[in-house]
Design a protein around this ligand. Structure first.
Ligand code: NOJ
Length: 547
């Protein structure tokens, strides 16, 4: 195992900027239209130059890709479409040599229906012990499923099989839920963690970290007052935020700590849990549980000063109360890209792709302002691949290429998440914009006007989105005040303005109002997301100031 070029302190993750790679769409070294590990390896120098501390790679395991790889059929190997275990080893070693940590994705709530243990459970028949690893149940009289639980992608959460039994899938029918009450499941995941930690992986992002434990009595979900059964995660919900998830997390934390004396130090976790408000989420980052958790309240917050300040305060207060840093994120592979969200009517910002008019120029300005705000907040931050290029959501993908299970499961009413997963434009004037070798077309088509958004075009333009990110990450590294720590709001900021200081000597001001504002006191302007107008900070812009 190679070592990081510089070994940061064991708590590197408390301030880290982590770049999310969606492997299918990042870079395609073998030219088959799908991204791969050798593509990522080839782009490591780009990531090092961007200035991030770590990358998180979305699932890279063997999978039928019915949910983009979140349907895992073998947790100890690499999807042949993406490469081999040897490629993964090389990627880990090369990243470490550049000082970049590697996080991978653990999908513990469910596997793929192609996982050998699920196939064995189906074949073994009713009442067989193989079925106990999953949630097989008889239905209710009248041909009804065991409960009224909804699946995340539409329809019910139970699928009936030939012998009459039903199995649970909180997501797609191809993703059967593991039974975490079974010791074999618990031990299997212990072994999976060690398998990858031993290969030099620095940590895991935990998929749906709030869902593994289920209420064993299998009560129905309580419907809304209007009778509708929704995915609202109310307190006491039978499948979300059950107390048992914390036992699992504590167990994993112990395994991560077993590596404290290894050259890479203790390993780390980041929780994906769409749980609100932050006091609830903070339970996941107590000292002996997961290290960090994405803050989705900020991601979902409208571009509004008061609302953002409330989210920032509520998050930091609750996370600091348990000794954890906040983890900020603006976009990921499940959400409408934030350049597009911020260009919409903010009451409808997160509506499905293609359903709301968007002003992409407004979105571009706000995305730049938001990037500087995000990177100035206390704690860690995640960048989704393409955020640094200012990519918008692709809202007009032809129906025949849509791949997200949401499209099918919603009866072709919701287009799903493909619009944020379109392959990255690297260079050149036409698709595949350097994504693949040999001119082959990528698995999702790229818009022709992405020629001006390629990494190559933006490298050459000093005012580009990419160069703003590079400058911000360089300043963040060089500025003691940034990363983990505290913030102090400026008392006299005008309405619609977020202005705070970080000690020592740093001020961040974001103007979300409609008029330019004078810059607050400063010694030096470090960076602005837009040029100043007569020494004033324009609307939808952020300035970083030395004070
Ligand atoms: C969250 C992942 O981010 C998403 O892409 C996936 O569909 C679900 N979990 C199910 O694994």
């Amino acid at each position: 195992m190679s070592l990081p070029a510089t070994r940061p302190a064991d708590d590197w993750w408390r301030s880290a900027v982590v770049y999310q790679v969606y492997p299918r769409s990042f870079a395609d070294a073998d030219g088959d239209g799908t991204g791969d590990l050798n593509g990522i390896r080839a782009r490591l120098p780009y990531l090092a130059e961007l200035g991030i501390d770590a990358i998180w790679i979305s699932p890279w395991y063997p999978s039928p890709l019915l949910d983009g790889g979140y349907d895992v059929s073998d947790y100890r190997d690499i999807n042949p479409e993406f490469g081999t275990l040897a490629d993964a080893d090389a990627l880990i070693a090369e990243a470490h040599a550049l000082g970049i940590r590697i996080l991978i994705d653990l999908v513990p709530n469910h596997c793929s229906w192609e996982h050998p243990w699920f196939k064995a459970a189906l074949a073994a028949g009713k009442g067989a012990p193989e079925r106990d690893l999953f949630w097989f149940r008889d239905g209710k009289p009248g041909g009804l499923p065991p409960t009224n639980w909804p699946a995340a992608f539409g329809g019910g959460a139970w699928q009936q099989i030939d012998d009459g039994q039903w199995y649970l899938h909180l997501f797609d029918i191809s993703q059967p839920d593991w039974n975490w009450d079974h010791p074999k499941v618990i031990e299997e995941f212990d072994a999976i963690l060690r398998f990858w930690f031993d290969r030099g992986v620095d940590g895991f992002r935990i998929d749906v970290a709030d869902s593994m434990a289920k209420d064993p009595a299998l009560p129905d979900v309580v419907p809304q007052p209007n009778g509708e059964v929704t995915r609202d995660k109310y307190a006491g919900h039978p499948t979300y935020d059950q107390p048992g998830v914390h036992d699992i997390h504590r167990r994993w934390r112990e395994i991560a700590e077993e590596y404290a004396d290894s050259p890479l130090g203790p390993r780390v976790f980041v929780a994906e849990a769409w749980l609100s408000p932050a006091d609830r989420l903070a339970q996941y980052v107590r000292p002996n549980e997961l290290h960090s958790a994405f803050n989705f309240d900020a991601l979902q917050c409208p571009w509004d000063a008061e609302a953002l300040r409330e989210v920032i305060d509520h998050t930091t207060e609750n996370f600091w109360a348990v000794g954890a840093p906040a983890t900020w994120v603006l976009s990921n592979h499940d959400t409408i890209r934030h350049r597009t969200r911020y260009g919409r009517d903010q009451k409808r910002a997160s509506m499905p792709a293609g359903s709301v008019p968007t002003d992409l120029e407004l979105g571009r300005r706000r995305a730049r302002a938001a990037a500087l705000l995000e990177l100035a907040l206390p704690g860690g931050a995640y960048i989704y691949q393409g955020d640094e290029l200012g990519l918008p959501e692709v809202e007009d993908l032809p129906e025949e290429v849509l791949d997200d299970p949401v499209w099918e499961r919603s009866g072709h009413t919701v287009r799903g998440r493909d619009g944020c997963r379109v392959p990255i434009p690297w260079s050149g004037a036409e698709p595949s914009f350097g994504f693949g070798t040999g001119g082959g077309q990528p698995w999702l088509p790229q818009p022709a006007d992405w020629a001006e958004l390629t990494a190559e075009a933006q490298t050459a333009d000093p005012d580009s989105h990419l160069n703003l990110y590079k400058a911000a990450l360089r300043i963040r590294r060089e500025t003691e005040a940034l990363g983990e720590g505290r913030l102090t709001w400026d008392g006299e900021a005008p309405a619609g303005v977020l202005s705070f200081t970080r000690s020592p000597g740093f001020r961040c001001v974001t103007n979300l109002s409609e008029s330019p504002i004078p810059l607050p006191a400063h010694q030096q302007i470090l960076l602005t997301s837009e040029p100043l107008l007569d020494d004033r900070l324009p609307s939808d812009a952020t300035a970083w100031l030395a004070i």
